[in-house]
Design a protein around this ligand. Structure first.
Ligand SMILES: Cc1cc2nc3c(=O)[nH]c(=O)nc-3n(C[C@H](O)[C@H](O)[C@H](O)COP(=O)(O)OP(=O)(O)OC[C@H]3O[C@@H](n4cnc5c(N)ncnc54)[C@H](O)[C@@H]3O)c2cc1C
Length: 592
């Protein structure tokens, strides 16, 4: 059975002591976002997650969604409707949505915190409001006022949900291959025809209407991604209530997130309206996807946190063998397993990576808010550079590590992890998809190395280097400054290598992409752990008995002395180049 307590102390430490998130209230539009407000909202969100959403998780995994082939409708698992109702009534869908359409306009950072808690308690459930938020973002930025007025208020209130319809049987990563067509009508609407697959929340029973954002091609559109347009296609036409010809053709059977309806969607001449300009759909979809990628990163962290909490509890309860250094609890039949160094290794890997990932994500979240709301254009640009650079890192690293950490939890639990009683095997299954959708993690690495490094002549990565270098200069001789300096030097070395070799031969850049992303993650998270250690040491002077600060100090040691050891193999991997990867012919690869 899953169990969960929101890690409020860590969240508050990051917001208050590490990031000084109270400063957000000084930005225009965020005046209400005082630290006290942020804390109160997080506490309420934690209660909702633990008390309302968590109970739906295990049963929802067993029951899954049900498809009725006659009505083409989908039933979500028991308890989802009530949980979604509570979510809507609490105003949660509106939290970070634009005020002019009925949103509360609170910082995006707060949504990062909420997303983690929801995904710790039921990632499948979190997909429904998650996709809606993406649709709101895309429409807010790109739709004209008429479309915004028709669709945004109900999406923001949560009375309707949204989807993102890109994937088709013949195209996943490569969206140039889209075949869905849009034929213009004389009244300004379009008839949308085509089949989309794997559409999250394409059909369900949680909301009165479902608003699909569909990528399709207009007649005569260019063959490339520059020929793709975005259309808004509601299940029911808002004004008339008429059922539109957008039907679910069936549900996918899948490894995890079974409570999330993953639908085949058939658009049979469905009525739609063009969002923004023709042929700009891909760039509009990226507005939605960038936010969605950060959210998916939080899914990875959310699952990892839930798995860690179970592993920790189990390690205190399970009695096996005696500590190598002699019994620690002679009054018991055996010692609890957390006394064993090998179990400690697994527990600490989870704790320290999770806390580091949380700090990194919140830092990016702060920058996202600054990039939207700061009155000074230079500050906005600087913050946006960090968000752009680190979005693929947050998506890929947090989901890779989320999956790895859920697996560590299974290992800590032994046979009890593989069987279903404690629920961690479900977490492994649920976590797996986050490495695949919203652009696979391989594609995130290519985005980082192929696009983000070259934007504005390398300005993004130079900005990151300057921030960490400046910080190290101010903290010369501090704990772990030399370790963080080494990580930074390796990343700079790797960046030079990629610049020198990747330009001449794109396969070299492709070969370096994944280890490069991981090296950047270790460096960025090292930057976070360095600061967390410094803050915790200072706080510990006034509160020497507070175990929270002692834990942070000791966790920083684990991060720099153990967790980052992979970094030196990453730089070796990058520099060994593509040869060993690309040497086989396909016949040689198949030879066995
Ligand atoms: C549960 C679930 C929910 C989903 N929800 C949605 C949704 O709501 N809306 C939607 O539109 N889609 C959705 N998807 C689809 C998802 O976004 C795609 O699965 C994903 O983009 C990858 O596409 P693909 O599966 O076709 O893999 P492919 O594109 O076929 O890729 C297969 C492998 O090849 C690699 N690869 C492909 N191209 C390259 C390249 N150029 N360079 C290096 N490696 C490459 C990939 O990284 C991957 O490892 C969902 C999928 C699932 C399973």
């Amino acid at each position: 059975m899953l169990r969960y307590n929101p890690p409020l102390r860590d969240m508050q430490f990051l917001l208050e002591d590490l990031l000084n998130a109270g400063q957000l209230a000084e930005l225009p539009g965020y005046e209400d976002a005082s630290l006290d407000t942020l804390k109160a909202v997080i506490e309420e969100g934690g209660k909702l997650a633990r008390d309302v959403i968590l109970p739906t998780n295990g049963p929802g995994d067993i029951e899954g969604c049900q498809y009725d082939a006659e009505t083409k409708e989908v039933k979500t698992p028991k308890g989802y409707i009530e949980a979604y109702k509570a979510f809507v009534e609490g105003g949660w869908p509106a939290m970070s949505a634009p005020v002019e359409h009925g949103g509360q306009g609170l910082p995006h950072l707060l949504k990062f915190v909420l997303d983690e808690m929801i995904c710790s308690t039921n990632m499948a459930f979190g997909m429904y409001p998650g996709l809606s938020h993406g649709a709101v973002t895309a429409l807010h930025h790109h739709a004209d006022k008429e479309l915004q007025d028709r669709f945004l208020p109900n999406l923001i209130s949560g009375e309707w949900t949204g989807t993102m319809c890109l994937t088709e049987p013949q195209c996943g990563t490569d969206l140039r291959l889209i075949r869905t067509k849009a034929e213009p009508n004389s009244d300004g609407s379009y008839d949308i025809t085509g089949t989309k697959i794997w559409i999250t929340g394409g059909e369900h029973d949680l909301a009165d209407n479902i608003v699909h954002l569909v990528l399709a091609k207009l007649p005569g559109a260019p063959e490339s991604t520059k020929g793709i347009s975005m259309f808004i296609v509601p299940k029911f036409i808002p004004e008339s209530g008429e059922r539109n010809a957008a039907f679910c053709g069936g549900l996918e059977h899948k490894m995890g997130i079974k409570g999330s309806a993953t639908c085949v969607m058939n658009f049979e001449g469905a009525k739609g309206w063009l969002v923004g300009e023709a042929n700009k759909g891909m760039s509009y979809m990226f507005t939605m996807m960038n936010g969605a990628r950060l959210m998916v990163g939080m899914q990875g962290l959310g699952i990892a946190e839930a798995a860690w909490q179970i592993a920790l509890d189990f390690s205190k309860e399970r009695l096996q063998s005696r500590a190598l250094s002699g019994p620690k609890h002679p009054e018991l039949a055996a010692d609890p397993i957390h006394v064993h160094p090998d179990v400690r290794r697994m527990l600490l890997q989870q704790k320290v990576i999770n806390e580091g990932c949380r700090a990194l994500a919140y830092w990016v979240g702060m920058n996202l808010d600054i990039s939207h709301a700061h009155p000074d254009e230079k500050q906005r640009e600087a913050a946006d550079d960090i968000v752009q650079l680190l979005t693929p890192v947050v998506k890929a690293f947090l989901t890779d590590e989320g999956y790895t950490n859920a697996n560590w939890a299974v290992q800590v639990l032994g046979g009890s992890g593989f069987t279903t009683d404690w629920g961690v095997e479900q977490l492994v299954r649920d976590a797996r998809i986050a490495r695949i959708y919203e652009g696979t993690n391989g594609i995130q690495a290519l985005d980082l190395i192929g696009r983000k490094l070259s934007i504005k002549g390398g300005k993004l990565i130079k900005r990151f280097f300057a921030i960490v270098q400046g910080y190290l200069k101010e903290n010369e001789g501090a704990d772990y400054s030399s370790e963080l300096g080494d990580l930074l030097a390796q990343l700079q070395d790797a960046t030079m290598w990629v610049a020198a070799n990747g330009m001449k031969d794109p396969d070299q850049a492709g070969a370096a992409a994944t280890p490069y992303l991981r090296l950047m993650a270790y460096t960025a998270i090292g930057f976070m752990w360095h600061q967390m250690n410094a803050v915790a040491r200072k706080k510990a002077e006034a509160a020497p008995d507070d175990v929270f600060y002692q834990a942070k100090i000791k966790s920083a040691k684990f991060y720099f002395e153990k967790a980052t050891l992979e970094a030196s193999s990453l730089i070796a991997d990058i520099k060994s180049g593509k040869e060993a990867l690309m040497a086989h012919s396909i016949d040689e690869l198949s030879a066995s």
